[in-house]
Design a protein around this ligand. Sequence first.
Ligand SMILES: Nc1ncnc2c1ncn2[C@@H]1O[C@H](COP(=O)(O)OP(=O)(O)OP(=O)(O)O)[C@@H](O)[C@H]1O
Ligand SMILES: [Mg+2]
Length: 508
Amino acid sequence: MLARVLTASTLGIDAFQVEVEVDISRGLPSFSTVGLPDNAVKESKDRVRSAIKNSGYNLPAKKITVNLAPADIKKEGTTFDLPVAIGILKAEGIVTAENLEEYLILGELSLDGGIRPARGALSVAVLARNTGKKLVLPVENRSEAAIVDGVEVYGVGSLSELIEFINGNASVAPFTIDTSEFFSAPSETHLDISDVKGQGHVKRVLEVAAAGGHNVLMIGPPGSGKTMLAKRFPTILPDMTLEEAIETTKIHSVAGALEPGSALVTRRPFRSPHHTISDAGLIGGGRVPRPGEVSLAHNGVLFLDELPEFRKNVLEVLRQPLEDGKVTIARAAMSLTYPADFMLIGAMNPCPCGFLGDAHKECVCTPMQVQHYRSKISGPLLDRIDIHCEVPAVRFRELSGERSGEPSSVIKKRVDNARRAQAKRFRESGIHSNSQLPSRHMKKYCALKGEASKLIETAVERLGLSARAYTRVLKVARTVADLDGSPDIGPQHLSEAIQYRSLDRQLV
Ligand SMILES: Nc1ncnc2c1ncn2[C@@H]1O[C@H](COP(=O)(O)OP(=O)(O)OP(=O)(O)O)[C@@H](O)[C@H]1O
Ligand SMILES: [Mg+2]
């Protein structure tokens, strides 16, 4: 007997359909899987055998052949267990459903016939919607899949439950979810930018960065509040749209980084990997490449604290995602591209002892030491950071005072307004923020008039700005003008943006 069951697997963040064919014929009892399975898929037969037996069914003592088509794409993972088991039971006549091909079925089996959660459920749900299939998957993944509109989702907890359902003995309603609920849930963070005393100009810098999606490097002595400020940065970022939330969730789901029970990533991710991270951890890697920190930070923030402590080769791999908003990982088995459009926030001390340029403490580093320390951050990387910002030590008067500036909610309102202005401007260009502006559109959106164009000319000459730094200054100036509600970039906006390139003068 031959049976056919449809399932899906993921490649990168997209899912593709896989057909599981099961043939049971007379002969010496055996169980073989063909169609480029990896080890986890090959091991599937032991789980399937035990799960069928422990669910109270008989596994036939015959020759079982399983084929996974298309046979030219490598199949990996454990979610083929369930379709293989259903295929065997169908071939044996225990599953009687005639409409099996209307379903995509996936899930990992445990030996007792239970079903374990899978990775990539959201991507599979998108595939099911596009191909008009119903989706049967582990009960833990059902809310994640139900985010996608227009697909019938059924969550099942065990093999026997699935057989009852598919044979039509138990009626189960498709699972539905209200996505607006996720977004209205109050944030559980108690952090607020007003916790940070003083540092008014750094808060302004973070506001500009949030408004235009710009990268920031903060430089200052130990204990000045850099880490503290960066941790509070997400509280002034604009809310995620549903489209952005789905994009980010797909990546987290494929990486298996979605928190148990959570269906949708509705807050912008804030990733702060430790400086001992490897380049594969940061960019993504593995035999079948999985997303790294840069992709997990997609639509959110990647915070690299103590920037010069990261290994140089690790920092250099950031160049591609910072420029393109995506990252391509090539491995022997395959090459995959993951989205990686994040805002980079870096923090560092000005020198190894941390007190170079400090008004009160003397720096004990030699010029050689300072140069060595700073040279870890290469020119090209620095070039890709729009805003450089000094974070001086806070004065005692400020630290002991009551006043601590505006709360996050007030700053966020201005950021939201500036983002709205950008969304309106870029309606037809397919970009969301000033930082994504490609250079071919610079003339159109960042035109300078009169005094402002004279100012940029002098700045380029005096500071020796590179071509990339020049365009970055213009983009930041555009954001400053947006925060001001001004349609044109004026000299005051431009001069604020030029101030933010302080390191071009010092470092290179
Ligand atoms: N501006 C500030 N307002 C209130 N508290 C502050 C401020 N700056 C520093 N602190 C206090 O000092 C502690 C250390 O700050 P933080 O870790 O942010 O410093 P840092 O600049 O990251 O230092 P390092 O360079 O050593 O990493 C904070 O936990 C906080 O208690
Ligand atoms: Mg710190």
